[in-house]
Structures are given as structure tokens and as C-alpha cells.
Design a protein around this ligand. Structure first.
Ligand SMILES: C[S@@+](CC[C@H](N)C(=O)[O-])C[C@H]1O[C@@H](n2cnc3c(N)ncnc32)[C@H](O)[C@@H]1O
Length: 239
């Protein structure tokens, strides 16, 4: 199984009617930004163009548009993207929606003032190489001073022992699973891939590889070990 196969599996999971129902529930969409998301959004300065990856039913898109951003939302689930556009229109809010898989994005240089990864979508992208490649292109699409927001889980307890990693790779080889597993990669049967960062240093290094600096990190608590980042492109640009 290659990263492309994992992304295809994710696409199929989100194309299910159950997923459409979950992410378009009026109470979910109306809830707007969660407190941590709102805290991060406070670091972005509207007005400006904001690229939202994983628009879903439009929950964050509508909230961010209300804050003054011109939102372009991207999602690979056509029904979810359509629902986001419809719900925004019904609320009298203009957003642009595109049906795309995010790792294929190549946005024009200096196009956006902000890039926003929905939830933990960033960590659901299989392989560091794929994540860093996308981050580099997104960083180049930011105007100087622009910000990139994403949320990840930092959980060192997910570190496998070397023998465990070797065993999981061997099982993956025999069962047609994902053989490029890295420490912190989780592939629950039938579920989504997720990369758990092992430390703030790993996080910083991944962003640095794309020329982005972590400027704000709001660590989750012990029960919800969610690290939340704000990486901001400097005036010199990435690199
Ligand atoms: C957990 S849902 C969140 C939906 C919405 N943003 C919210 O928080 O209410 C993740 C969304 O990202 C989309 N998504 C996941 N992986 C994606 C990918 N690789 N490319 C494009 N969209 C993706 C899914 O279709 C889904 O709409």
C-alpha cells in the first residue's frame, strides 16, 4: 500500500453517507470555531484570502468568512463541498469551494494571506515527504507575513520500540499494508492514517524543512494531547 492508496481509502471513507450526515449536521456547522481554533484565528489578520483545506460541511469556512476572510475551501468529497457552498449561501456568506485532493494542490505564489488545515487533516496525510512537499508549496503561496494554521497530536507514548516497528512493517509487507511506516504512524484497520508527533522538536523540524517557523504552539492537556501550531512565513519567504 502506497500513500496514494491511503489517500484513496480516506476519500472513500469521507464519501460515505454517514460522513456527509456527520459533518453537515446543523449543530456542528453552527458551532463555528472551537476555542482553540478561535485562539489561533485571533493570530490571523483579516481581511485577506484564506485557503481552507478540508472544508467539510463549512463549519470553519463560514466562521472564518464572518471574521472577514475571503475563504477558498478545498475538499475531495464532492457532496461535502457542495453542502458547504449551499450552507454558506443560505447564510448569506460568499465562499469559494473546490473539489480537490489537497496533496495535489499547487496554488499560485503569494496568493493567500492564510492557510488553514481543518482539524488534524495535516497529520492524516501519509508520509513526511508528502506533508513537507505540500507545506513547501503552501508556504510559497503565502504572502509575506501570512500564517499557516494546523493541529496535530504530540504523543511520545506512540513511539514503537525498534523491534515493534520492524514487526509492523513485516506484517504490512505480508498483508499488503503500508510498509513505509515511521515512528508515530498509526493505521487502524478500516480507519484513517494518523501521524503522532513524538516531540515538539520533531514538529519544528518538519516545519523547518518547508521553511516555516513555529511561532505559536498551544499544547493540549494530558487527555487530549493536541499540539496546535501557527507557523508564519517571514518576509524572506520559505527556504
Ligand atoms: C474531519 S472532517 C472536518 C470537516 C470540517 N472541516 C469540520 O471541521 O467541520 C475532514 C474533512 O477533510 C476532508 N479531507 C480529508 N482528507 C482530505 C484530502 N486528502 N484532500 C481533500 N480533502 C480531505 C474530508 O472530506 C472532510 O470533509
Amino acid at each position: 500500500m502506497r500513500p496514494a492508496d491511503i489517500l484513496e481509502r480516506h476519500r472513500q471513507l469521507y464519501a460515505r453517507p454517514r460522513s456527509l450526515a456527520d459533518w453537515t449536521r446543523p449543530d456542528v456547522v453552527r458551532a463555528g470555531l472551537a476555542p482553540l481554533e478561535a485562539e489561533l484565528a485571533d493570530h490571523l489578520t483579516p481581511p485577506g484570502r484564506l485557503l481552507l483545506l478540508g472544508v467539510g460541511g463549512g463549519r470553519e469556512a463560514i466562521a472564518l468568512a464572518r471574521r472577514g476572510f475571503a475563504v477558498t475551501g478545498v475538499d475531495f468529497a464532492p457532496a461535502l463541498a457542495a453542502a458547504a457552498a449551499r450552507t454558506a449561501q443560505e447564510a448569506g456568506i460568499a465562499i469559494t469551494v473546490e473539489v480537490r485532493e489537497v496533496t495535489g494542490l499547487r496554488p499560485p505564489a503569494s496568493r493567500f494571506d492564510a492557510v488553514w488545515f481543518s482539524g488534524t487533516l495535516y497529520a492524516a496525510l501519509p508520509s513526511r515527504a508528502l506533508r513537507v512537499g505540500l507545506l513547501r508549496r503552501l508556504a510559497a503561496s503565502l504572502r509575506p507575513g501570512g500564517g499557516l494554521v494546523c493541529q496535530v497530536h504530540c504523543d511520545p507514548s506512540t513511539a514503537p520500540r525498534p523491534w515493534e516497528l520492524r514487526l509492523r512493517r513485516a506484517v504490512a509487507r505480508c498483508t499488503g499494508g503500508y510498509t513505509a511506516l515511521q515512528p508515530g504512524d498509526m493505521m487502524p484497520a478500516g480507519g484513517e492514517f494518523h501521524h503522532y508527533f513524538q516531540s515538539p522538536e520533531e514538529l519544528r523540524a518538519e516545519f523547518a524543512a518547508a521553511g516555516l517557523q513555529v511561532r505559536r504552539r498551544v499544547a493540549g492537556d494530558a487527555r487530549r494531547p493536541t499540539g496546535i501550531l501557527l507557523a508564519r512565513r517571514g518576509p524572506q519567504g520559505p527556504g
